[in-house]
Write a protein that binds this ligand. Structure first.
Ligand SMILES: [Mn+2]
Length: 263
């Protein structure tokens, strides 16, 4: 797909909504803002990348999906039905997806980072968890969670038990804090920057687009390459857009800025 300069369409990237956390009321407020944002871009969007941790917890049973999120799912259905191609990358909080998004919303689900070429630019897109050095504890945990036996075992628990455990675990989630204590660690310590530099030794990439870090970052790498971190929709309400020649990170303030100040 190529963007046509005369139509001024954009490609959008956003991640880390963590819907469901910290509680129903505050999640609903953020969900409404997201729906407002998606509505505001529906005529401008050539394509939308949803880059993980849409939900603070998601387990898709063979026949059943978690309650809630109907506004967001409805808006995604509307945009999808209007012909806007969308993509979903699982995050570490919502890796247990099956085919619901594909079947119901026509949105493909990716479990690993993936490359896309748009207007001659290469984008490497992924949630970003477990990439680069370090984070060994999480990487071990990810292996367990990605294990099909473990996923199956969770699935045979009665949902009242399974979802109860999940909600308990989700209480330690970062979405609980409501404020960000994250600061940029410097290019030698940011795992995703180290990862990007490693990839660049193998092949050229114009834009690395990740979430997971919950901190909006636009970092210039060698050779004009850039690492963009999408921030989140808990503290920053940020997204990236690409107009065919340049990319930028912006913050959505909405029709009602009060929603943001309340966070
Ligand atoms: Mn996250």
């Amino acid at each position: 797909m190529n963007l046509n300069a005369t139509t001024s369409k954009q490609i959008y990237f956003l991640s880390d909504f963590h819907l469901g956390a910290p509680d129903h009321a505050r999640s609903l407020e953020r969900e409404k803002l997201l729906v407002q944002f998606l509505d505001s871009i529906k005529d401008k969007a050539a394509e939308i990348f949803l880059v993980g941790d849409m939900f603070d917890f998601w387990y898709e049973y063979r026949q059943v999906v978690p309650k809630g999120y109907v506004r967001l799912l409805g808006k995604l259905a509307e945009l999808s039905d209007a012909g806007i191609p969308m993509h979903f990358f699982v995050g570490n909080h919502d890796m247990w997806m099956r085919d619901y998004f594909q079947q119901e919303l026509n949105i493909p689900v990716y479990y690993e980072p993936k490359e896309f070429v748009r207007n001659g630019k290469t984008f490497l897109v992924g949630h970003g968890d477990g990439l680069g050095p370090g984070d060994h504890g999480y990487k071990r945990l990810k292996k367990i969670f990605r294990n099909p036996v473990c996923k199956w075992l969770f699935g045979i628990l009665p949902p009242v038990v399974g979802m109860g455990i999940a909600n308990y675990m989700s209480r330690s989630s970062r979405a609980q804090t409501g404020t960000s204590e994250e600061t940029f660690l410097g290019e030698d310590k940011e795992w995703l920057i180290i990862y990007c530099k490693d990839v660049l030794k193998q092949k050229p990439v114009d834009y690395f687009v990740f979430g997971h870090r919950h901190l909006p970052i636009d970092f210039r790498l060698e050779g004009g390459s850039r690492y963009i971190n999408l921030g989140d929709w808990i503290t920053y309400f940020t997204y990236a857009s690409f107009d065919g020649s340049k990319a930028s990170i912006q913050s959505y303030t909405g029709n009602d800025a009060r929603i943001i100040r309340n966070q």
